[in-house]
Write a protein that binds this ligand. Structure first.
Ligand SMILES: NC(=O)c1ccc[n+]([C@@H]2O[C@H](COP(=O)([O-])OP(=O)(O)OC[C@H]3O[C@@H](n4cnc5c(N)ncnc54)[C@H](OP(=O)(O)O)[C@@H]3O)[C@@H](O)[C@H]2O)c1
Length: 275
């Protein structure tokens, strides 16, 4: 190791919730290792945070869909002591499964599931040497209920929920604490904002800003809370999704998503007429 300084690593730190997590950790005085797919905005963010908060910040451009990424990351991470890992990078989208491209499905699985598990495994000895250590995995309220027209995304987030809770149980005696965050809707970029605008009022009722969620999540991560549901509305929604029978909740939530995709409704009608 080049240094005895400890670092918090955040993936998907270039924008949205990951950027808010990085800013909040910086404001608390943590040194940062930031990863995103595109390096440009990331380098500027690194410079800004290191000057503003007088911390060490390093960044790396890494695409989790690229097979060579984890070898490069393994080499890079050998130089740093890490005590916090925020597995935030995630992608989704709404689609008709019949139209979904193989590459898009594969990318969701690689970024949401594979990157989270492999990065956690790559860093676990490093985290163990730097206890107390914390891992914050970003799932979603979507992990509570299967959803048509999204299918792979909520399933990937159910995986993250299950992986996180199992690992929490396994590692807590080693002073490595795993939390899973369950955000509701967040208007983080234009595409996501436009999708949220087309959904039902109860989806929009749970809207929160990235910096609010980051503050809550990091505070509760340090309190070693295993499941973090930010905001009262999301807590109510989580409870409703647990209590409602799945044959009620799945069509209800799926219909809200169908509103995003008027062309899908037309296609389904056409298929129904043809058969
Ligand atoms: N927004 C919501 O409503 C919502 C709700 C619940 C949960 N979440 C979860 O919260 C997390 C953050 O979401 P967000 O809305 O902030 O997302 P976002 O604004 O789209 O940002 C995603 C981040 O992930 C990075 N990323 C995307 N593809 C990547 C790849 N192939 N390899 C490496 N990095 C990649 C992006 O890097 P670049 O900037 O370089 O592209 C970006 O920094 C995700 O796990 C998401 O599933 C979001």
């Amino acid at each position: 190791m080049k240094t005895l300084l400890k670092y918090a690593l955040v993936t998907g730190a270039g924008m949205g919730l990951g950027k808010a997590m990085a800013i909040h950790l910086a404001s608390l005085g943590h040194n940062l290792l930031l990863i995103a797919r595109h390096g440009e905005g990331l380098v500027q963010l690194c410079d800004k945070l290191s000057r503003l908060y007088e911390i060490k910040v390093h960044c790396m451009e890494a695409d989790f869909t690229n097979e060579k990424t984890f070898g490069r990351l393994e080499q890079w991470l050998k130089s740093y002591s890490v005590n916090i890992l925020v597995n935030n990078a995630g992608i989704g989208g709404s689609n008709y499964f019949l139209d979904a491209k193989i590459e898009s499905i594969d990318a969701i699985i690689k970024v949401n599931i594979r990157a989270t598990v492999l990065l956690t495994r790559l860093l676990i000895e490093n985290l163990h040497k730097n206890t107390p250590a914390y891992i914050l995995n970003i799932a979603s309220m979507a992990s509570c209920c299967p959803i048509a027209f999204k299918t792979v995304y909520p399933a990937s987030k159910s995986f993250i929920y299950s992986f996180s809770r199992g690992l929490h149980q396994e590692l807590k005696s080693l002073n490595i604490h795993i939390s899973v965050l369950m955000p509701g809707p967040i208007k983080t970029n234009m595409e996501i904002s436009s999708r949220i605008d087309k959904q039902g009022w109860w989806v929009k009722a749970g809207l929160q800003k990235p910096h609010e969620i980051a503050e809550i999540a990091i505070k509760k991560m340090f309190k070693q809370q295993s499941v973090i549901i930010p905001g009262y509305i999301n807590k109510i929604n989580w409870l409703l999704l647990k209590l409602l029978p799945k044959n009620v909740s799945i069509p209800m939530v799926s219909n809200a998503i169908k509103n995003e995709l008027p062309e899908v409704a037309a296609k389904l009608n056409a298929h129904a007429l043809a058969n």
